[in-house]
Every structure is written in structure tokens, then in C-alpha cells.
Design a protein around this ligand. Sequence first.
Ligand code: 5CA
Ligand code: ZN
Length: 416
Amino acid sequence: MRTWPAPNIPALPVAANLAPVRVFDSATGTLVEAAPGSIATLYACGITPYDATHLGHANTYLAFDLLQRAWLDAGKQVTYASNITDVDDPLLERAAATGVDWRELAREQTELFRADMTALRMLPPNAWVSVVAIIPDVVAAVAGMLARGEAYWVDGDVYADLSADPWFGTVAGLAASDPATLALFGERGGDPERPGKRHPLDPALWRAERPGDPSWEGGQLGRGRPGWHIECAVIARDALGLPFDIQGGGTDLRFPHHEMSSSHARLIGGGAARTHMHAGLVAYQGEKMSKSRGNLVFVSRLLADGVDPMAIRLALLFHHYREEWEWTDADLARGVECLAVWRQGVAEAHRATGLDGGVADRVVAGVRAALADDLNAPRALSLVDEWAALQSCAPGGPAAAQAVAEAIDALLGIRL
Ligand code: 5CA
Ligand code: ZN
């Protein structure tokens, strides 16, 4: 899939003693250095393109953008892969409800997402893969699972047999026998009640053609379409190789999606992500911002209203990526004000001939350290805020202005 233009990232002066980038692994509950070598691989689950891009999406993708910026600053070669779930129940239901062709809906929403990601200066994936484009690969993976006895038929559909994977449960840590686990599976796209399954949690890998549904030739699987979780296992395998460093998304993907896609990845070869990262969900009007509830604030709406995309980025960065929080107008106001203060601070520093005395270097080092510590953007922002406020009485001079502006750009993605 054609991505969007990459933002320019200024190269910062190489620093000695950079702290390693550590993130919270939600599978183990510990801070880990997820990519200790010179190469880092990331898979962040992409959108289901039927209502893009709300601030919840933007907040989650921003977490993975920060992570890549920290990795790049540490000199790593980063490969980032993502998908587009351009055929799935919610997309087809929305298309049917609004009388739009599902392909047209996906195309239009993907285009919006592209424009929003560009405006927000998000790093594009190196591989951005549409599910519709890789159906033969999914078919081959599912056929392999059937041949090895890791999958089985239920009335023409194919399901994964989770009992084939001894590590199932290690991502979300939920007990397969707990009724609450089954309920969550049902709420998030699963079918625990379906008769004929070996275990209620077993997820669909291939759905035989239903009247009115899009379908593809599936060889020995017959005509049909892929289940949800297998797409991310196949795309990650083909784009990154298995295992890879980090799989990420919002916390709603921890179970069942990442539990299941990791299980599939182990069975189709190589192993799953070594670390799982989950961003907190953004709420609006008292509930999780979600396409199915319709309580959405769209990035494109704010941009059309003339909001500076950098103010949106700052408004989100005031919240740590793991925080669960509710968007209000005050968040946007804070982003707008912060952007103005930073712009003024850099302009004041630039105009002066002041002697900085290493202040700017300490701010840059502090921002780097904050981000290396589980992407602590709020701490990074407060350091820049203090520096910007200082410039009206003790301006640092043009070199200091440039050093801070470039660090903000490279590490936080904020172009002043
Ligand atoms: N296509 C699948 C992943 S394979 C999917 O979940 N798509 S999505 O469009 O529903 O969500 C895209 C990403 O945004 C996911 O990582 C999801 O966890 C995240 N997301 C969705 N709603 C919110 C929210 N309210 N707050 C934060 N992140 C959210
Ligand atoms: Zn996914």
C-alpha cells in the first residue's frame, strides 16, 4: 500500500551515555529494552478503515511514533510494519448500513487516514499491507495449520485449535476457563457460543463465503475470507520475519487480538513478538472513543476547523501513552497554548546573543532520558516548557534555539 510522505527528522548531535530505550511490556508487566541490538522491528496494528482517524487512533499511533524516534536517535535501523483491515465485519456492516460499496468506504477512509498521519508528522510504515492484497498468503498459512492439525473445520469454516499452542495465554494472562474471558472474546469480535468448536475461545481463521459477503478463492479452503487475527500474524511474518521485537496497539487489542495473533505467529513459524506494548484508551463524553459507539473527535475535523496539527500532537503528548484519559476541549486549549509558548521561547532565544552555558544541552539530554524511560512524553514536555519560559528573562542565543528546536522536531515530532 502506498504510505504517506515521511517527515524530515533532523539528526541530533550524537550523545555519549544515551540511556537504552526501555518500554513497559504488558505481557510481563516489566520495563524492558525491547531492541537491544542495532536493528529494531515493530508491528503496530493498523486501522479498520470505516471511521478514520479519531483522537484515540492518533494517540495510539503517536506512542509508536515516539518509540521509533527514540530508536532512530539511538542509531538503530528501524523497520515498521502495519496493516489495514480492509475486509472485516464492522467495515462490511457500515458499508451495508450506509449503502456504500465496502471497497469505496475503505479507500476513502484510508485516504483520510493518510492525510491525517501526514499532518500529524507520523513516521510512515516501511510496509503498510492491505489484507485484501495478501489473501493467498493467509490461505497458505491456514492450509499449513490444517495440515499440521493446528486447525479444524466447523461447517465449512476453519478455526484455530488453541490447544496446539502451549504458550497461549502469555500475552494477556487471562484464564481460558474464566467466563469473563469468554465474554470479552464475544464483545471483541469472537464467537464463544458457536456450536461445534473444540474450545469456545478458538478463533476463526477462514470464513466460508456467505451470501452478499465479499469472498476470494481459497484453494482447498474453498471461497471465503480471512479471520481477523491471522492477518496480522501473516503480515508481520512476511514484513519483519518471526520473531520480531514489538507488537503494539491500544489496550483493547491485548485480548483477544494480540493473544490470538501471537499464537498464530508461533504456529505458522518462528515465534511471536518478544514484547507487547499497549497504549491507554482515550475516552470522550464518558466512554471509550469508538467507532461502534460513535462518540468520536476526528483529527480531520479539527484540522478543517483550522487547528494547528502540532497543537493536536502536543495535546496528546501531555498524557503518558499508557494513561487512560478523557479528551475535553481543555486538552486542545493546552496544546494550542503550549505551542505558542514554545514558539515564542525559541524566537526569543534566537533573537538574543545570550550565553546559554549548556542549558539547552541539558534540556535535550533530559528529553532524551525521559523518552528512553517508557516514552515519558509529559516529563519531556515539562522540561521544554521550563526552558521556553526561561527565554524571556535569560535567552540562550541562536545556537541554543536551534538545538532545542531540532530536538523537539526529531524526538517529539513537533515542528515549530
Ligand atoms: N484493524 C484492527 C487492528 S488489526 C483495529 O483494531 N483497528 S481500529 O481502527 O479499530 O483501531 C486502530 C488502532 O487504534 C488500534 O491499535 C486500537 O487499539 C486503537 N484505538 C482504537 N480506539 C482507541 C481509543 N479510543 N483510544 C486509543 N486507541 C484506540
Ligand atoms: Zn492487528
